[in-house]
Design a binder for this molecule. Structure first.
Ligand code: ZN
Length: 413
């Protein structure tokens, strides 16, 4: 994706603002001899950055404005403990809600809609982002936060919610619950806006069918505003990303080489106007590709395909690199198997060999032993590694309201 002159100019401004701020990155850029960005070549000299830098700069080392301009912080924790703190100015908060309102509009949601928001409120960016976008749009926010399914369903019915915002896991849980209780005729939902957790086509189809709604994937991460920096349009050809606020690149996650449009790799984001914590060439570790060409909807915002997984979710077993997305795709082709699964990786010291264990759920109508054999065969032929497979009944594996952890590596325990 070529950088436009306007984008280059904005990035130049960002670099100068950072250098003046004396924050963590001003040190990095001074050391790299970066004083301004006048060309594409200059841009590519900006070093990549990622969450590890943000942890190094904890708590407020990446703040690029005086304290009196910061109106809020958000935080993301991730798996390794040390949190990351992102300061926002009033303009950052407003820009974020503008983008989020734009997401709702692209999904065909209007001021007449009633938006039930189930992502969590608090330090992380989820609930409050959905809320601010909803208010900017002028729709009615029903700020539920996560959990309490009983109450969720009651509000959904009594207030006649037309839009549900949720993680895919929680949307699935709600769909299953509505199905179980026979409430489908009582709900008025038309659309679902689903957080950027990657999900399988099977799960998507189930939720869409059971709730009778259109689904929209919203993209974002705490380090870059939060959810709401892009969404897919009704033409469902990928997520439009707002290039007046962000510049996106796709790189090879191993070599760092910038890849041409259409090629799969890691998403790298540069914030063009963020004030509180500007980030340039931030490695998201999310895997996708830029969809070349214009969307049939006529919007010119560039498009990212659905997130395929995370470069750091990749696991290695029996010498093979594997992504959870490949496992999901494979399982979605097996009759009677649900979209929930669990992978355990362990080491058998006595045989000095890794153990690869896959647990899947199957409907009672299928033969568990045969299903297990079929899955084993598929793994061997498609992914070149043969797991031990346990087939259990539907609803045996835990459902989560947040992002579900599916791969458990016990090898260095
Ligand atoms: Zn479109």
């Amino acid at each position: 994706m070529k950088i436009s002159d306007t984008q280059l100019e904005l990035i130049d401004r960002q670099v100068k603002r950072i250098l003046k701020s004396d924050n963590y990155y001003s040190g990095v850029y001074k050391k790299a001899g970066i004083t301004g960005i006048n060309s594409e070549e200059d841009f590519y000299r900006i070093p990549f950055t990622d969450k590890a830098d943000l942890r190094n700069a904890y708590p407020l080392g990446i703040q690029a404005v005086p304290d009196e301009e910061v109106v809020r912080i958000h935080s993301s924790s991730g798996t390794t403990g040390m949190p990351v703190i992102i300061p926002y100015t009033a303009k950052d908060v407003d820009d974020w809600s503008t983008m989020f309102a734009r997401c709702y509009e692209i999904a065909g949601i209007t001021a007449k809609d009633r938006i039930q928001i189930t992502p969590g409120y608090g330090l992380w960016t989820a609930g409050i982002g959905f809320q601010a976008g909803c208010e900017k749009l002028g729709a009615m926010a029903i700020p539920m936060g996560p959990g309490n399914t009983e109450k969720q369903l009651q509000m959904m019915i009594d207030l006649e919610s037309t839009v549900i915002c949720a993680t895919s896991s929680y949307a699935l849980l709600l769909a299953e619950e509505i199905n179980k209780r026979g409430l489908k005729d009582k709900i008025k939902l038309k659309k679902g806006v689903i957080g950027s957790e990657r999900w399988s086509d099977a799960k998507r189809a189930y939720i869409a069918r059971e709730l009778g709604i259109e689904l929209y994937d919203i993209y974002g991460l705490t380090e870059i505003y939060g959810p709401g920096i892009g969404i897919n349009c009704p033409d469902q050809t990928g997520m439009h990303i707002f290039d007046d606020y962000l510049y996106i690149e796709i790189i090879d996650p191993v070599t760092g080489e910038v890849l041409p449009d259409g090629q799969e790799g890691e998403i790298v984001i540069t914030t063009l106007v963020k004030e509180g914590a500007p980030l340039l060439r931030f490695r998201t570790h999310d895997l996708s590709h830029i969809i070349p060409g214009e969307c049939s909807c006529g919007r010119s915002y560039p498009r990212l395909d659905t997130i395929k997984g995370r470069s750091d979710d990749m696991f290695k077993i029996h010498g093979v690199n594997m992504f959870p997305s490949q496992v999901e795709e494979l399982l979605s082709q097996v009759d009677g198997v649900s979209s929930e699964y669990k992978i355990d990786l362990a080491h058998d010291d006595s045989k000095n060999r890794d153990i690869f264990m896959v647990t899947v759920e199957a409907e009672g109508r299928v033969d568990f032993a045969k299903t297990g054999e079929e899955i084993k065969r598929l793994f061997k032929s498609r992914l070149n590694a043969t797991p031990k497979v346990a087939v259990v009944s539907i609803n045996t594996l835990p459902r989560s309201e947040k992002k579900t952890k599916r791969v458990f590596d016990h090898r260095d325990e």
